[in-house]
Design a protein around this ligand. Structure first.
Ligand code: GLU
Length: 306
């Protein structure tokens, strides 16, 4: 792909907290003097313009540049991806670094909005945020509604239980109630894995029309708005197990709790943007460049995600 260096990047300052908004919103500024790579035009386009000629950004991207702030939906309790320090309010993680880099490339500040699996698409659709970097799994169904970049990380789904439950594998989940987040891929992934493992027959299973709220064949689901609530429900015995991506489960794996012996349903995370938006191409170019030059690999290892 074309990777045109317009001018050497001179990041003057260290990223620092500039302002705190309402709960879950933090603005961080980066004093970027020049974009590092040319993010204009179509992703993957071949170079046919002089290297020192800046192309115009698509209209929606120019609007972000004019606004001076890139608004990004991120997770706030997923260690290594999107995590907000409860004491300092500072965000860290691989997805935070990617959001910062995208803002730096555009020469704007970055503003984080903490999102959940259920709210991230609403906020994107309403235009409250420009893009989502929030452990958002790329699926064919979702691609019909939003644009996704090439994946920057692949996780797996797993299940967390209280040791006292005695559940250690998929078979142990037969006839239990499992806590999942609304708007997530988790319930469908678990049912599919239980069918593959021969734990349930799943004659009724249709991935297209699957609904966690009505599924009762061999396992039931309780849906929650956020992960802390599922964790509390697990402690209270309201659910027998907590199912979601392993990266998300990590923070809730406290003493006396374990993962069952199963990881399934690869979850490829991509940056999501409004369908057909100019920002989609900009994000794709950035991810392609960072996959090629080792930046993504470095972020994975810096955040202990490998
Ligand atoms: N990654 C999964 C999904 O996109 C789990 C939900 C989440 O990211 O919170 O559905």
């Amino acid at each position: 792909m074309k990777k045109k260096i317009l001018s050497a990047i001179t990041l003057m300052g260290v990223l620092g907290l500039a302002a705190c908004g309402e709960a879950g919103e933090v603005t961080q500024t980066a004093e970027a003097s020049a974009p590092e790579m040319d993010l204009t035009g179509d992703a993957g386009a071949t170079a046919d313009t002089p290297a020192d000629t800046a192309e115009a950004y698509p209209e929606d991207v120019q609007a972000i540049v004019d606004r001076g702030v890139l608004r990004v939906g991120v997770k706030n309790a997923v260690l290594g991806f999107g995590y907000e320090d409860p004491l300092t309010g500072e965000y860290s993680g691989m997805e935070i670094s990617l959001a910062q880099k995208l803002a730096e490339e555009l020469g704007v500040d970055v503003e984080y909005t903490a999102v959940t699996a259920a709210t991230r698409t609403e906020l994107l659709d309403s235009g409250d945020i420009d893009c989502v970097l929030a452990t958002f799994t790329i699926t064919d169904e979702r691609k019909e509604s939003w644009d996704f970049t090439t994946p920057y990380y692949t996780d797996y789904v797993s299940v967390l239980v209280e040791d006292a439950s005695g559940i250690t594998d998929l078979a142990g989940l037969k006839d239990t109630t499992v806590g999942v987040s609304s708007g997530s891929t988790s319930a469908k992934s678990l049912v599919s894995a239980m069918i593959d493992a021969g734990v349930i027959e799943g004659a009724e299973f249709d991935p297209e029309s699957f609904d966690p709220a009505t599924w009762t064949d061999g396992v039931k689901f309780q849906q929650y708005d956020d992960y802390p609530t599922i964790s509390t429900a697990l402690s209270a015995g309201e659910v027998d197990a907590f199912c979601v991506d392993k990266s998300i489960l990590a923070i809730y794996r406290t003493e006396g709790r374990s993962y069952i012996d199963a990881k399934f349903a690869p979850q490829e995370y991509g940056i999501a943007t409004a369908k057909g938006s100019g920002l989609s191409g900009v994000c794709e170019k950035m991810i392609e460049a960072y996959l090629a030059d080792g930046t993504i690999e470095a972020l994975i290892s810096e955040n202990s995600l490998d």
